[in-house]
Structures are given as structure tokens and as C-alpha cells.
Write a protein that binds this ligand. Structure first.
Ligand SMILES: NC(=O)c1ccc[n+]([C@@H]2O[C@H](COP(=O)([O-])OP(=O)(O)OC[C@H]3O[C@@H](n4cnc5c(N)ncnc54)[C@H](OP(=O)(O)O)[C@@H]3O)[C@@H](O)[C@H]2O)c1
Length: 358
């Protein structure tokens, strides 16, 4: 893998790099297996890798969205994470695996573990068996695996002791531990994105739908809270850079915006794009939210369908600093986010409007 080095960066006032020169590691003839390919981040990843010249293979489950798969024009392997025979077919002959598949919402703890832990464990087990010379396994984890930061500047660092505050976060951390236990046997890398936004995402959309009505709903100390965000295009570029870099084996990275944003700042940027003049920020009392979250959580358990609100979600919402530091990825990978918030929000909102989602 050639390292062309990094020169000519200049940081604008916002902390984003304005003139970005990225290293180019195009590895001709490499086959990359992408899991979770039909999801929000997965579809962007597949497109990016195809444009970069990789041979892309996707692992498709019986439950995967067939329409998305048929529009991808890539090598498709049908597999189940609990069926080693089909997993072997997916893994054999691949050079790099980018494991994006996962469950961000589930009505049960079992659902999180089956979606986030079991696939990592089984994929790595099968890889060790049939493809021990794999060049890289990239696990896409989450800031949730580490939990919120104690200090927002520069935010959580990769060396901090993980303290996940939700079942989702604990399941992602468990997956990280399994992945990193292969260090020395397989070249593994862990990526922890913060909240990801961009065309196709439905989580930030919920915030924008409320904002369009002039309302920002939160809980806890909403004036103090800060959160890191990353545009999906920046994230995918960062994931691939980490997968290609010879220096990232056995390492964990946050791929993130240069700093955390307040709800005020996020709301003002998005409100300008939406043409909303007056915004009311409402901090719902924690106790009230907890009460409703237990009711909503019980309904989810009965129906088996994950709802927007549950006690786990409230544990995440009340935290002050969902902020992570960009420094290690900047130093070791040469990665910096290049899409300023204003630009990313503007194109995302335009996309939502085109789709009729907003
Ligand atoms: N979006 C964010 O803000 C964010 C932030 C931090 C980390 N992440 C992580 O990034 C990854 C991708 O997230 P995303 O936002 O693209 O989510 P997504 O749109 O829900 O996509 C996840 C994909 O995982 C696969 N999947 C769903 N249920 C599964 C199950 N039970 N077992 C195995 N695979 C399953 C599906 O792909 P197939 O049908 O193609 O298999 C699904 O499209 C996840 O691992 C998530 O934890 C996301």
C-alpha cells in the first residue's frame, strides 16, 4: 500500500479544511466485502468504493431490501450471520471487509446483541478459518460504545475508558472487544462515528421535522449540551482511509466533525435553510420523559417494534457531551472532515425536500 503523504492543508475558521489534499491509495484488483450495504451509510459506501475502482461485493440477508440490492450492480452473496456455510462464501477471496451491518433500534436487548455482536463474532470466526490472509477488517462501531465525554474540548479520545450508557452502546462495545481480540491474528480496525447525517438518514430528519414547526425538543441541560456530527460522505471517506492505511491496524478512530455543536447552533443553521424564523427550545422534564419512555418501551416490547422513545434513548438524551475528538484520525490517517455544517445541512435538507420527506 503506497503512502503518498499529506501536504497543503489549510484550515478555515470553522475548523474544516478548505483545500483538502487526501492521500490516494487505490488498490487495483482488491475485492471489498461490504455488510449492511443497503443501509444509510452502506449505500454511500458502496457507491464510493465503486467510484474508487474497487471490486465490491455485498453480503445480503434474506431480510435485506431487494430493490436497493438490484440497483447496486455489484457482486452479491446471499448469507445469514448465523449460517457459517453462507458466511464462508461471502468472506472467501476478499481483501478487505467493511462491516457496517448493525441494529441501531431494537425493542429488546436480544435484538441489539443478535444484530451487533453475533455478526461480528461469526464473521471474524469464519474469516480466520477461510481467509486468514485478509488485509483488513474494519468494524464500524459508534461513539455510543464509548459513551459521552466528560469534557467537550476536544471531547472523548480513543484512550478513554469506555462507559456506554445504553444497551445499544454496550452491544457495540461488546462487538469492539470481540473485534480487537483478533489483534495479532487478523488486521482489524475500529471506527466510531458520532451522529451521522446526510441524504437517506431518518434520525436527523426527525429533528428537522420538529424544527420546521419551530420546535426543538430535548431533555436535560439543553443549553449546555454539545454533540459531534459527521456528514455521511466525510464518514465514508474516513472509513475507507482507515481501511487502506498501513498505520491503522489494531487501532480505533473517531471519524468526526472538528468540534461539537450546541442545539442552538444546529437549530439556527437548519432553521435558515428551512426558512423558519422563530424557534422554541423546550427542555422536557427528565421525570416526565422517563415516565413516557417506560410506557412507550412497554408498548414496543408488546408489539416487538422499536419506538422512537424508550428508557435507553432517554439515558442517551440526558447526557451533556456527545462529543469526540478528531485528533487521532487527523494525526494518524490525515483525515479531516471537509463538509462544513452549513453546506452539509443545506444539501441534506434539499434532498429531503426533493424526496418529499420534509
Ligand atoms: N447512522 C448513525 O448516526 C450511526 C452513528 C454511529 C454508528 N453507526 C453505525 O453504522 C452502521 C450503519 O448504520 P446505518 O445508519 O447505515 O444504519 P441502517 O441504515 O439501519 O443500516 C444498517 C444495515 O444493517 C443491516 N441489518 C439490519 N438489521 C440487521 C440485523 N438484525 N443483523 C444484521 N444486519 C442487520 C441492514 O443491511 P442489509 O439488509 O444490507 O444487511 C441495514 O440496512 C451501524 O453499525 C451503526 O451502528 C451509525
Amino acid at each position: 500500500m503506497a503512502d503518498t503523504g499529506l501536504t497543503g492543508f489549510s484550515r478555515g475558521g470553522s475548523g474544516y479544511f478548505t483545500a483538502v489534499q487526501q492521500p490516494e491509495y487505490i488498490i487495483m484488483g482488491y475485492t471489498i466485502l461490504v455488510t449492511g450495504a443497503t443501509g444509510f451509510i452502506g449505500t454511500v459506501t458502496v457507491d464510493y468504493l465503486k467510484k474508487k475502482g474497487y471490486d465490491v461485493r455485498v453480503l445480503i440477508r434474506p431480510e435485506s431490501n431487494a430493490d436497493t440490492v438490484s440497483s447496486m450492480q455489484v457482486d452479491v452473496v446471499n448469507a445469514c450471520y448465523d449460517d457459517p456455510v453462507s458466511l464462508r462464501k461471502a468472506v472467501e477471496g476478499t481483501d478487505i471487509i467493511i462491516h457496517l451491518a448493525g441494529v441501531t433500534k431494537s425493542a429488546t436487548e436480544k435484538g441489539f446483541y443478535e444484530g451487533n455482536v453475533l455478526p461480528v463474532s461469526n464473521l471474524l470466526g469464519v474469516t480466520m478459518e477461510v481467509n486468514p490472509s485478509l488485509k483488513r477488517f474494519v468494524l464500524v462501531s459508534s461513539l455510543a460504545a464509548a459513551g459521552p465525554a466528560d469534557n467537550p474540548d476536544p471531547g472523548a479520545s480513543e484512550d478513554d475508558v469506555p462507559k456506554p450508557v445504553s444497551i445499544y452502546g454496550r452491544s457495540k462495545r461488546e462487538a469492539e472487544k470481540i473485534c480487537l481480540s483478533y489483534k495479532g491474528r487478523l488486521p482489524v480496525t475500529v471506527i466510531r462515528p458520532p451522529a451521522v447525517y446526510g441524504p437517506g438518514d431518518r434520525d436527523v430528519l426527525q429533528f428537522l421535522v420538529m424544527l420546521k414547526r419551530g420546535l426543538v425538543l430535548g431533555t436535560g441541560d439543553v443549553r449546555k449540551q454539545l454533540l459531534s456530527l459527521v456528514h455521511v460522505d466525510d464518514l465514508v471517506r474516513g472509513i475507507v482511509m482507515a481501511g487502506e492505511s498501513p498505520d491503522s491496524i489494531g487501532e480505533t478512530y473517531y471519524i468526526t466533525s472538528p468540534r461539537g455543536y450546541s442545539w442552538d447552533e444546529l437549530s439556527s443553521v437548519a432553521a435558515r435553510e428551512l426558512g423558519v424564523k422563530n424557534i422554541r427550545m423546550v427542555a422536557l422534564p427528565k421525570l416526565l420523559l422517563r415516565f413516557f419512555s417506560y410506557v412507550a418501551g412497554s408498548i414496543s416490547l408488546l408489539t416487538g417494534r422499536p419506538g422512537f422513545l424508550n428508557p435507553d434513548k432517554v439515558n442517551e438524551m440526558i447526557q451533556d457531551y456527545w462529543v469526540c475528538s478528531p485528533l487521532k484520525a487527523e494525526r494518524q490517517l490525515g483525515f479531516t472532515a471537509s463538509i462544513p455544517l452549513e453546506e452539509g445541512m443545506s444539501s441534506t435538507i434539499a434532498w429531503y425536500k426533493e424526496q418529499g420527506w420534509l
